[in-house]
Design a protein around this ligand. Structure first.
Ligand code: SF4
Length: 402
């Protein structure tokens, strides 16, 4: 008897389904069961791969195979708590069940191709999926406590948003990543840690716009924060978006504002933002800031505003003053990020002194502001830089002025 959630499809079938987009996914709803997660907007999509199943879904599977339900919870524990994806190593399962899991295709949905370690401890993993596509994920030990690690993960192969300062945007969207591929980055990331390190924060700031792949990201969020698995605190998972307003509302409803939200702002006037971030032509700043005001934050939470400082583009004192007005009444903290140079663009960061002056102006006007230290410079740790290394590039500035 087949698992009631369906046998693992072939990589090419999964790819076709990913490329078909969300309409396909929404038709294959999660089977009802005690694990069915009550997202406010609609049920989670069905898992794309066995490793994306929740404990209740595993229970339904194994009961369908004639095994007791607790075996399902054991399998989830092996995969998500212990990071063991080879059924042969799941030693407390009967041999017949291990064989069944092999037949179902339980295993890694991606492999690490290379690990680049920076002199500052940052590790960048290039991972490959069965169809040959590659993405990257970065492990960033905390500067003052290297035992605590933040992992930056990708959600799409490439990105459709076309931000001019971003290497991922230069190449365009190749395909969506599946829920399993998104979570597997963290499972693979854990294997790179030293015994005294742990991943405490996960940020969706790698390749891709996570809210443009909402269904897969939503299931990944449920898996990453499941108490029987990786068990990250929702407040320690940050979804960063360029400003997809409807999906910001949906994320707020589905996760009750508990998932941290970060906004890539990068400019404070519509004309300027539309030039460097094409998404702004569809959802302007007024619409975006209205969505931020609606996001259901708890009292002590704040939305993170990401602001890449680009010399001569968005780094004037007038920009600082207008940012304060734009964000008035929204609980925020601002991260200033001196731009990482990408070879596709002539744009660059302002001088260190100018970055400090910009920060002081915002602070003087009442905002909490941090300057994000550029990490992993020697391993090209800005999103998209490694996976697209060597691909043909268009002029980033042309994309921004279209
Ligand atoms: S900054 Fe983010 S949204 Fe913009 S192109 Fe890069 S990955 Fe996509």
């Amino acid at each position: 008897m087949l698992c009631p959630l369906g046998r693992l499809s072939t990589p090419s079938a999964r790819l076709r389904r990913s490329q078909a987009g969300s309409a396909d996914c929404v038709q294959s709803k999660l089977l009802p069961g005690k694990e069915a997660v009550k997202l406010s907007s609609e049920p989670l999509i069905a898992p794309s791969h066995p490793i994306a199943r929740l404990p209740g879904e595993w229970e339904a599977c194994v009961v369908g195979w004639g095994e007791p339900a607790y075996r399902g919870r054991q399998i989830f524990d092996w995969i998500h708590r212990q990071g063991v994806l080879d059924p042969g190593e799941m030693t407390n399962l009967p041999k017949s069940l291990r064989q069944r899991l092999e037949d179902e295709g339980v295993g890694w949905p991606m492999q690490v191709v290379s690990v680049h370690e920076s002199s500052d401890g940052t590790k960048k993993l290039l991972v490959a999926m069965p169809d040959g596509e590659r993405v990257e994920t970065v492990l960033l030990p905390q500067i003052d406590d290297a035992h605590v690690v933040t992992q930056c993960i990708s959600s799409q192969v490439g990105c459709a948003m076309g931000c001019v300062f971003c290497a991922s945007g230069v190449a365009g969207l190749k395909r969506q990543m599946t829920d399993a591929e998104i979570v597997a980055q963290v499972l693979l990331g854990r294997r790179q840690l030293t015994p005294d390190q742990r991943i405490r924060n996960v940020v969706f700031m790698g390749m891709g716009e996570p809210l443009h792949n909402y269904e897969a990201v939503a299931r990944a969020l449920v898996l990453l924060t499941h108490p029987a698995g990786i068990d990250l605190s929702k407040r320690r998972v940050t979804v960063s978006t360029s400003g997809l307003v409807r999906q910001i509302d949906r994320l707020g409803r589905d996760f009750h504002g508990q998932v941290q939200l970060a906004i890539s702002l990068h400019a404070v006037r519509d004309a300027d933002r539309s030039r460097i971030m094409p998404v702004n032509r569809k959802h302007g700043l007024e619409e975006l800031t209205d969505a931020l005001r609606r996001y259901p934050l708890s009292k002590r939470q704040r939305i993170t505003i990401e602001y890449t400082l680009i010399e001569g583009v968005n780094d004037s004192i007038r920009d600082a003053a207008e940012m304060v007005e734009l964000l008035r009444g929204i609980p925020v903290k601002v991260n200033l990020i001196p731009m990482n140079r990408i070879s596709a663009s002539e744009l660059r960061a302002p001088s260190g002194g100018h970055v400090t002056r910009f920060q002081e102006e915002l602070t003087r006007r009442g905002l909490s502001v941090f300057i994000r230290k550029t990490r992993g410079d020697d391993v090209a740790a800005a999103c998209g830089q490694l996976a697209f290394h060597g691909e043909s590039r268009r002029s980033a500035t042309h994309r921004g002025s279209a």
